[in-house]
Design a protein around this ligand. Sequence first.
Ligand SMILES: N[C@@H](CCC(=O)N[C@@H](CS)C(=O)NCC(=O)O)C(=O)O
Length: 208
Amino acid sequence: MAPYTLTYFAVKGRCGALKMMLADYGQQLKENLVTFEEWMKGDVKASCVFGQLPKFQDGDLVLYQSNAILRHVGRKHGAYGKNDCEASLIDMMNDSVEDLRLKYIKLIYQEFETGKEAFVKDLANHLKPFETILAKNKSGFLVGDQISFADYNLFDLLLNLRVLSSTCLDSFPALKSFVEKTSARPKVKALLESDDFKKMPINGNGKQ
Ligand SMILES: N[C@@H](CCC(=O)N[C@@H](CS)C(=O)NCC(=O)O)C(=O)O
């Protein structure tokens, strides 16, 4: 079977979680890396349905929107809950991860110099709900007793947040244990330790 194909910039950005999920499920990913110079020419942008990357191809299916891509892969590989109720709860969790990711992206790209201190100060308020959810669920996952695409998404964002503020998880034992357990999944660990993944910057402007 042809591998999945991802067209994106040479950053982890909105595709770290996808790469971790695919690696964990033993799936090959062909990557087309688009340089900033190439993007600025405009042809690639014009070819994207919403004028943005990532673009994901699964055979004849072409998808844009990172969260739709996560859902697609989650649905195909059993990372979207065991029933409709779990799937809806996973959607809810993922939407909340997206809310926090958008705040992080705004900080990185719009107000890093002026807003970092306030962002880090406020971070605990945004992390607390995830701490409460994970502490309540004995499985250590956000929903049910198996990993879902929302878990990979949260995990990816927490890794970025820990780079921004190394102590941000210190008062959240459930989140710390979640990060430790997810990092220790053998295929996720191999990806995280691979040179290709390690050398890829988190964001496109060098801030992190
Ligand atoms: N909602 C979209 C956002 C995509 C997005 O913001 N893409 C950025 C890179 S992460 C991009 O293409 N920037 C270049 C541009 O907008 O011209 C998603 O989740 O995929």
